[in-house]
Design a protein around this ligand. Sequence first.
Ligand SMILES: *[C@@H]1O[C@H](CO)[C@@H](O)[C@H](O)[C@H]1NC(C)=O
Ligand SMILES: *[C@@H]1O[C@H](CO)[C@@H](O)[C@H](O)[C@H]1NC(C)=O
Ligand SMILES: *[C@@H]1O[C@H](CO)[C@@H](O)[C@H](O)[C@H]1NC(C)=O
Length: 351
Amino acid sequence: MRLVKWTSTTAALALLAPATALLRFQCGQLVIDRLDPLVTPGANPSPHLHQILGGNSFNVTMDPAKDMAGESTCTSCQFSEDFSNYWTATLYFKAKNGTYKRLTQKPNAGFDGVNGGMTVYYMQDGLYNFNQTSKVTAFKPGFRMFIGDVNARTQQEAERFRQLTFTCLHNFIDRDPQTLDFPTVPCENGIMTAVRFPTCWDGRNLDSPDHMSHMSYPDHGTFESNGPCPCTHPIRVPQLFYEVIWDTAPFNNKQDWPADGTQPFVWSFGDATGYANHGDYLFGWQSDALQRAMDSPCYINCPTLKTQSVAEMNKCTIARRVNEDIDGWVNALPGNHQANYIRKRREWLSE
Ligand SMILES: *[C@@H]1O[C@H](CO)[C@@H](O)[C@H](O)[C@H]1NC(C)=O
Ligand SMILES: *[C@@H]1O[C@H](CO)[C@@H](O)[C@H](O)[C@H]1NC(C)=O
Ligand SMILES: *[C@@H]1O[C@H](CO)[C@@H](O)[C@H](O)[C@H]1NC(C)=O
């Protein structure tokens, strides 16, 4: 099996030495809804279902001039000055009888009690560089971005992006190996999806037509190796990184899996390969809170930032706009996507 190699160490983050400038926090679930104000603003419903986190000013349309911190009255994220919105598609299990059931998300290690959601990181250097000393420029109000390709169904298409991966959590703290497609065996403690955004900004555009081309990967090397940004995208921004843990526990019985040996999970837009893993981000930190945090050495519980309780995070939810069944067994994915299975595993997987 060929593995993704960008990170190589399995480490329990709780064991890292304190006093590095790395933000790591949980955001609980704001809402699960079929809305996407970045890719399909104004569309109600949007093509596929998302799990959405962060500030409660989230809406069908999010004007870049909107003051997300000013218009929100709460956030589902642990740092209470963070009114950004973070979202990903959701995962479904496809049963042998053709019906689908949505998987829920569970909180990461150290964030017990948080209502699902995901773990968000903002880093100055690679995850396993404990110094975190490089300079980064925080995103600006109105900034937004997307990473991934909802139409990717092959390894080649997925490889255009760095570090959009899956980890099969046999143990809860497993972080490797990471693959670009869905795990092929039951994962006792869930499936983790990781979404890492590009780290070089063009310095001018808060967004772009594909929501990606105002951003770039380093010119050569990687963010982790401190590779320089290209001259077209000279501004080094924090590495934004999502970890979502999907609770596979109700679906780990191999008897319920497809008889042909394929795995049973499918993204909410029909991708059963996993190669179309993607994520969305709307920056919404209050005033200079993010830059302040990036400029002050800290680790996880950064004292320069205000932290709220799990109860307060969980209280911040909004009503769904789209009225459809997202909890029961359903005959079709919301938006009526067909599960797009690739029956034959890629050769590289059996190598
Ligand atoms: C969403 O937008 C609509 C239409 O502009 C507005 O009436 C509503 O108050 C907004 N909701 C939130 C939560 O901001
Ligand atoms: C389809 O299969 C699932 C999982 O075994 C089961 O819970 C559900 O009731 C079945 N639905 C129908 C219509 O048979
Ligand atoms: C972190 O800092 C120490 C001490 O300055 C240095 O020896 C080490 O190489 C640094 N690590 C990385 C990954 O840059």
